[in-house]
Design a protein around this ligand. Structure first.
Ligand code: BG6
Length: 470
């Protein structure tokens, strides 16, 4: 038993995204999204159209099994469940003026089920699933028209669900557009042909759209709390050489800028300088500036998986694998089976840094270990002995507890992929994060049956004791 203590009302739970678990990719009027042409994740270029090898077409069939899955989350004691709304269920092409009622009705049913179990919804408005038509016709967020399409979409969501959903995230890992412009920004122009001006203009459009979402919420859903969502990744200097220390800061600022802008409502000087040095001249209207300034976020949410290093010494730049942002490998850390370096202290650093920097409530909305699980039978019950996952989460939550003891205002913690789902980067099902095993394999075979892993009971106890069991 530790002395770690979490605040009353702490929102324990799990996180998912529509395209990675719903399946039903064409059901009830849903349109295609960019994920339907990414059968291998971000590893290979997009395909011309949907292909049968795309696991996301069926996902884990949450579209039909949501009630059973939410009941399992309730059994673990979830206080919150993070899910995204598939934009192309609501506006199949993205530029229509009227929404698809059958798509809206699906999320009503999900919300009904959550309410029945007393689970607070946490909704991501856009999680790597831009309608494909918007990518192909407008080049995604490069085009200013996207702001209007997104605004219509969020207004539809706030009007329909505003009284039922309190917590909203505007864009999943908004900073990932720098590394994955198609998946993150619906930008159809291949990354190697995308000019810095178009990339940063797209970022600007998303930031304005995010501010517009906050503005619309104030009007249509006054009790709503709006958060930005950034991919966090602390950057350590590889050596104590001051040049390395500064290089680490420069790399980290690529991510920090997104929080700075969402919290302060204006571009920081270091960001403007970097644009100047890249020869980027942004089109920013006076209205854009006012929108950004007047509609800052209520809280900052983030994902955390790994840290990276930085150095100016080219001979020492050994790159590691990682989330969308790879980086220089840290020689002191172990890594997951997918080469993601494991660093619980990094999570504490992020919490301390973000709180000290912004003084806004924080929400950890993704953290977890992708691993190959083995389904076994113990005393006639099928399960997974995922002690490695428990160890990972235990270490990270202990680090979180230290930050909370430092006075960090933390709203909650949702583990990524609380039920096994399709991986975003590699589109595999064998990269499992869940407390619940789903019988589906990388070749698409499997019964889709659900089984509780050992970590299921462990997490239930963490939640039941509000972290005291850690
Ligand atoms: C985050 C994304 O980058 O990491 C999720 O928001 C994603 O969509 C998660 O699934 C884990 O990454 P992966 O590639 O292992 O699925």
């Amino acid at each position: 038993m530790s002395t770690i203590s979490f605040p009353d009302g702490f929102l324990w739970g799990g996180a998912t995204a529509a395209n990675q678990l719903e399946g039903a990719y064409l059901e009830d009027g849903k349109g295609l999204s960019i994920q339907d042409v990414m059968p291998q994740g971000i590893m290979t270029p997009r395909t011309d159209g949907p292909t049968d090898d795309n696991l996301k077409q069926v996902g884990i069939d949450f579209y039909h099994r949501y009630a059973e899955d939410i009941a399992l989350f309730a059994e673990m004691g979830f206080k919150t469940f993070r899910f995204s709304i598939a934009w192309s269920r609501i506006f199949p092409k993205g530029d229509e003026t009227e929404p698809n009622e059958a798509g809206l009705a699906f999320y009503d049913r999900v919300l009904d089920e959550l309410e029945r179990h007393g689970i607070e919804p946490l909704v991501t408005i856009s999680h790597y699933e831009t309608p494909l038509h918007l990518a192909e016709t407008y080049d995604g967020w490069v085009n200013r028209d996207m702001i209007g399409f997104y605004e219509r979409y969020v207004r539809t969501l706030f009007t329909r669900y505003g009284a039922r959903v309190k917590y909203w995230l505007t864009f999943n890992e908004i900073n990932s557009i720098v590394h994955a412009p198609f998946m993150s920004g619906g930008i159809n122009t291949p990354k190697d042909q995308l000019s810095p001006t178009d990339l940063y203009q797209a970022i600007h459009h998303e930031l304005v759209a995010s501010a517009l979402a906050t503005k619309a919420a104030r009007e249509l859903a006054p009790n709503a709390q709006i958060g930005c969502m950034v991919l966090s990744m602390p950057v350590y200097p590889l050596t104590p050489n001051p040049d390395d220390v500064f290089a680490a800061l420069t790399t980290e600022r690529v991510n920090l800028a997104f929080g700075d802008i969402h919290v302060r409502g204006e571009y920081p000087g270091y960001y403007l300088r970097s644009l100047r040095e890249q020869g980027v001249e942004l089109t920013i209207t006076d209205e854009d500036r006012t929108l950004l300034k007047e509609n800052t976020v209520d809280f900052v949410s983030f994902s955390y998986y790994s840290s990276i290093c930085e150095t100016t010494d080219e001979s020492k730049r050994v790159m590691g694998e990682g989330n969308l942002f790879g980086g220089v490998k840290n020689p002191t850390l172990k890594e997951s089976e997918w080469g993601w370096q494991i660093d619980p202290v990094g999570l504490r650093l992020v919490l301390n840094q973000f709180w000290d920097r912004w003084q806004k409530p924080l929400f950890i909305v993704e953290n977890g270990l992708g691993a190959k699980d083995q389904l076994v039978e113990i005393d006639g019950v099928k399960t997974v002995a995922d002690d490695y996952r428990i160890a990972y989460l235990q270490a990270h939550l202990e680090a979180v507890g230290e930050a909370v003891a430092d006075g960090v205002d933390l709203m909650g913690y949702t583990t990524w992929g609380c039920i096994d789902l399709v991986s975003a980067s590699t589109a595999q099902l064998s990269k499992r994060y869940g407390f619940i095993y789903v019988d589906r394999n990388d070749d698409g075979s499997g019964s889709l049956d659900r089984y509780k892993k050992k970590s299921f009971d462990w997490y239930a106890e963490v939640i039941r004791t509000n972290g005291a069991s850690l």
